[in-house]
Design a binder for this molecule. Structure first.
Ligand SMILES: CC(=O)SCCNC(=O)CCNC(=O)[C@H](O)C(C)(C)COP(=O)(O)OP(=O)(O)OC[C@H]1O[C@@H](n2cnc3c(N)ncnc32)[C@H](O)[C@@H]1OP(=O)(O)O
Ligand SMILES: CC(C)C(=O)C(=O)O
Ligand SMILES: [Mg+2]
Length: 520
């Protein structure tokens, strides 16, 4: 039975082994919701808890058993009648109930209850027989199988099969094995143990050495037809095999691993997020399949490739795991192709020279900012380049501010191509800066509006500053964006003055009357 089929059963233990992670406890309602999602996504067996562990675990397993539509519902039990009876009681309402009983068979684990090999063998015979008298579907696990002596492992597995176990799970309890050994172990057990062909062999791997997924897949190649796993790889210590990883590996590399599962992979992202929020274990950004960056590309060369052909840098489609699409976040490593695509998305159809100008300012911004958001790009596109014809340009600004007044601003303003410098004081850094501008470019315009708007969230967000000036009925507005609010303020103010100069020229007013402060 074991290897005759290429269908691999998925046994999810998020609610049992996953919940054993310190700090990952889930509420009753969260467990019911996650079980429902697991059932809907096509998991074959849900290990819903350890019924003897607590009243809460018992209640969760019983209720999940009653509600489950498709999956077998399994509970865990130690090798004693009390645990097994409690487990049977919890799963009895399931359409397909399963008892999973286990005992540690390695020398280290045999020493804990201080049982001889014969005494433990006898205990296995009695407990599996007892479980099988209660339900038809019994899974037995020699805990720490990968550190159990070969002969003894074969002996106890044979006993469990003879006592009625229908699934033999081979746990790598402490994440000790490696892929070749994992495959060989299952293959040799199936070849050696009498009755092995009548049961399903399962693999249950932990990730202590980061090999849980590789070991589980290798076990399948060795003949295992059930993978025990958890959503997001949640589980004891470094976690268990991640469901999403083995399922997607079997799907994407079906050419070399021709096995199938019953999982609807488009439900992966949703359940991953739900488990993350219920357990409080957020998913690391670079986690395979479900990490925030698993389908995100920031580097220009990758983004350019993705825009031309998504297969260049993605081996699966985001939709296959339930994601709306690939994301091409803009950052310091991005190039023009992605910037243009983003501008187009945001409704800006820019000519090549405009793109070049925005790109230069975008790179300046990206060098200072962790992430460049859509709103930042809009701000860059709207602020526009300082035209070459502008008579005033902010070249340098340094402000001293803090609890001790007065605040001061050291400004170099390029006026008609000549750098002029002044240090001014004011009531706050913006006031000091505006005083400095006024000192270098005296004018009678009245400040009508000064407005600061944080473009995005975070302390490194760009500020967009709007300055509106009025002079002789002429109203001009300047706008600028920068991660430094005072720099944005200076640029917006100077931008408004440049527009004022243009308006004066257009209205025929002699600009010569504008006197520039002649200082260094
Ligand atoms: C590899 C795994 O994931 S194994 C599953 C681990 N999960 C858990 O332990 C979570 C739930 N556990 C619990 O709530 C508690 O440990 C309980 C309710 C099961 C037991 O609690 P307690 O009776 O207070 O025992 P405690 O946890 O201190 O020690 C475990 C006992 O189980 C025994 N034991 C451990 N595994 C097995 C087993 N497979 N079969 C029989 N007995 C076992 C130990 O020898 C020890 O027995 P002792 O009390 O006679 O010394
Ligand atoms: C209970 C068993 C199967 C287990 O979780 C392990 O050995 O890791
Ligand atoms: Mg485990």
């Amino acid at each position: 039975m074991t290897t005759a089929t290429n269908r691999v059963k998925i046994f999810d233990t998020t609610l049992r082994d996953g919940e054993q992670s310190p700090g990952a406890t889930m509420t009753h309602d969260e467990k019911l919701e996650i079980a429902e999602l697991l059932d809907q996504m096509g998991v074959d067996i849900i290990e819903a808890g350890f019924p003897i562990a607590s009243e809460g675990d018992f209640r969760a397993v019983s209720e999940i058993a009653q509600r489950s539509q498709n999956a077998s519902i399994c509970g865990l039990a130690r090798a004693n009648f009390k645990d097994i009876d409690r487990c049977a009681e919890a799963v009895r309402h399931a359409a397909k109930p399963r008892i999973h009983t286990f005992i540690g068979t390695s020398p280290l684990h045999r020493a804990i209850p201080n049982l001889t090999q014969d005494e433990m063998a006898q205990r296995i015979h009695e407990t599996v027989t007892h479980a099988r008298n209660l339900v038809d579907d019994v899974q037995w696990s020699p805990m720490d199988a990968t550190r159990t002596e070969w002969d003894y492992l074969c002996r106890v597995i044979e006993i469990a099969i003879k006592a009625g176990a229908t699934t033999i799970n081979i746990p790598d309890t402490v994440g000790y094995t490696a892929p070749r050994e994992s495959a060989d172990l299952i293959r040799r057990l199936i070849e050696t143990v009498p009755g092995a062909d009548d049961v399903i062999f399962a693999t249950h791997c932990h990730n202590d050495l980061g090999m849980a997924t590789a070991n589980a897949l290798a076990a399948v190649e060795g003949g295992a037809r059930q993978i025990e796993c958890t959503i997001n790889g949640l589980g004891e210590r470094a976690g268990n095999t991640a469901l999403e990883e083995v399922v997607m590996a079997l799907k994407v590399r079906n050419d070399i691993m021709p096995y199938t599962t019953g999982i609807d992979t488009t439900k992966i992202m949703n359940i991953s997020r739900r488990v993350a929020s219920a357990s409080g274990f957020s998913v690391q950004y670079n986690k395979a399949i479900v990490g925030k960056n698993a389908f995100a590309h920031e580097s220009g060369i990758h983004q350019d490739g993705m825009l031309k052909n998504a297969e260049t840098f993605e081996i699966m489609r985001p939709a296959d795991v339930g994601l709306a699409g690939t994301s091409l976040p803009l950052g310091k490593h991005s190039g023009r192709a992605a910037l243009r695509a983003k501008l187009n998305d945001l409704g800006y159809d820019v000519a090549d020279n405009e793109l070049m100008d925005i790109f230069v300012r975008f790179k300046e911004l990206a060098d200072r900012k962790k992430e460049v958001y859509d709103e930042d790009i809009v701000a860059l596109a709207q602020a526009g380049a300082a035209p070459e014809s502008n008579r005033l340009k902010v070249k340098f600004l340094r402000v001293i501010c803090g609890t001790e007044a007065p605040q001061s601003a050291d400004l170099i303003l390029t006026v008609d191509g000549v750098d002029q410098q002044v240090t001014s004081q004011g009531d706050g850094p913006v006031d000091a800066t505006f005083n400095a501008v006024k000192a270098l470019f005296p004018h009678g315009a009245r400040l009508q509006l000064y407005q600061v708007h944080a473009v995005t969230e975070g302390t490194d967000a760009q500020a967009t500053v709007t300055v509106r000036l009025e002079e002789d009925g002429r109203v001009v507005t300047g706008q600028a964006a920068d991660t430094d609010t005072v720099v944005a303020s200076a640029k917006a103010y100077v931008g408004a003055l440049n527009r004022l100069i243009v308006r004066r020229e257009k209205s025929g007013k002699d600009t010569k009357e504008v006197s520039y402060k002649d200082t260094v």
